[in-house]
Design a protein around this ligand. Sequence first.
Ligand code: AVJ
Length: 317
Amino acid sequence: MLKVLTELAQHVGTGLQRTPKTLSSMYFYDDAGSRLFQQIMALPEYYPTRTEFAIFREHGAAIAAALAPAAGGEFALVELGAGDGAKTKLLLRELLRAGTAFTYAPVDISAGAMTGLVAALQQELPDLQVAPVVADYATALSQLRTWPGSKAVLFLGSNIGNFGPAERLDFLRKLAAPLAPADRLLIGFDLQKDPRRIRAAYDDAQGVTAAFNLNLLTRLNRELGADFDLAHWQHYTDYNPLTGAVRSYLVSARSQQVHFAALDETFDFAAWEVIHTENSFKFTLPQIHELAAEAGLRVVHSFTDAATDFADVVLAI
Ligand code: AVJ
């Protein structure tokens, strides 16, 4: 607990000294944030979850077949950022149905989300072997190498969109490093499409995404003894079709100071200054192939929905 607090405090201390001020979207996911993200996934504007779900419904058996090792033996399905695992359950069912012997290892940074997922799995899929890991990606990745047998690593929901270009390549290389030839990666990419639809997905009419972004400030108030006055902060989002980046910000609606007891520091915010809190990159299929090649991976299979809104790509070394 103390370690997490220190990491968050350090992150905020450096992030708010940058120009522009920046905080990582990784810190959205306290238990309240994870619940808000579940609400986002059900919003009419937020198409990615529904679309990836449709891909899994349509191609679940083929995806499961592309992930399971042909030779059999010990097999682990590792999922980074599992959340509520709703989409993954479709794949788990397919693997169980095919008689594949395997362990499901969901990794998530939210202990609350993990407890919920494990309880749901015990109820719905009592035969499934589950080995949950509460950790961030970096910690989980460092454990991957020691995983016995063959493995498939899932990174769904366009979580990869949160990385900027350099971090993304670095992350994929780290994912690829512990892979044996029979191992697979399954990565969900949100694809470039009508820019208005993309922007609407990050600025919904009910204001759930705004609450999700602003919840970061509530978390800092609680965990770092900060005194953000939420009445003077706004959620703002833009989409740049040239770069494929959705960027989300917290906007300071007036000139103000915020004190952090845990840091013993005060930060100044000018009127309309922003904190950059998230990137959600959107991709083209050629970009995905190029990225895979740069990371030393080959595309084994690529599954998309009928409207080509989203792609689930199976990769191998
Ligand atoms: C969980 C990272 C895939 O970027 O679409 C949703 C998070 N942020 N609405 C995304 C998010 C605002 C989401 N990911």
